[in-house]
Ligand binder design. Sequence first.
Ligand SMILES: N[C@@H](CCC(=O)N[C@@H](CS)C(=O)NCC(=O)O)C(=O)O
Length: 235
Amino acid sequence: MADLSSFPITKKWPAKNPDIIQLYSLPTPNGVKVSIALEELGLAYEPHRIEFGPDGVKSPEFISLNPNGRIPAIIDPNGPGGKPIGLFESGAILVYLAEKTGKLIPADPALRYETLSWVMFQMSGVGPMLGQFGHFYKFAADKVANNSYPTERYRDESKRLLSVLEDRLKDRPWIMGDEYTIADITTYPWVRGADIFYGGREALDYASFPSVVDWVERASARPAAQKGFDIPAKA
Ligand SMILES: N[C@@H](CCC(=O)N[C@@H](CS)C(=O)NCC(=O)O)C(=O)O
């Protein structure tokens, strides 16, 4: 049995089965990227639900795994060299899982780097911009009632990013063509989330991005997505 005692997070959220991947997450757009990938890959894993706030993501035990205090994070008891490894940042976790299994990323080196470009495009653009849009549009709307600048700035940049995706997807089913990859898995939960969590469908003018909307539907219909969207479930 793997020994995960060097990871303080396992004191607060003990592993029932330390031999399988431990997932520390919540079903948010960043969190579901990892549960969807784990489901797609058919890897065994144990989900732990980590709430926002001082008893969850900001607790010393969680911070010991992710100094940035944000879900998702994982421990793989069978990391490089057969040793346990802890990881945070959804993009890094997806690259790790794809490389560990040789799936969800093209084998061809040039296509692999192209996939990573799109993963970075999401990590630095789509997620942060749609997230800030959602903050001002929904959660802090009262704070910017007299100043539309923040909402408009992030709305317009989000729409610009959606137009980049629309262009990419207008003649291919997935970001990398016929192959469903971590570039899709990292990106579509954010486009879906801006609609279902923020109610931003009209404000972001999804009707202008039909290929993106079709792609989100196609990806969301996959059995792994249907499962991953609700993991970790509420106790
Ligand atoms: N770049 C990070 C972002 C992670 C992130 O923002 N997670 C949010 C949930 S979607 C979180 O844990 N927020 C808790 C907080 O801000 O206190 C990643 O992709 O893993």
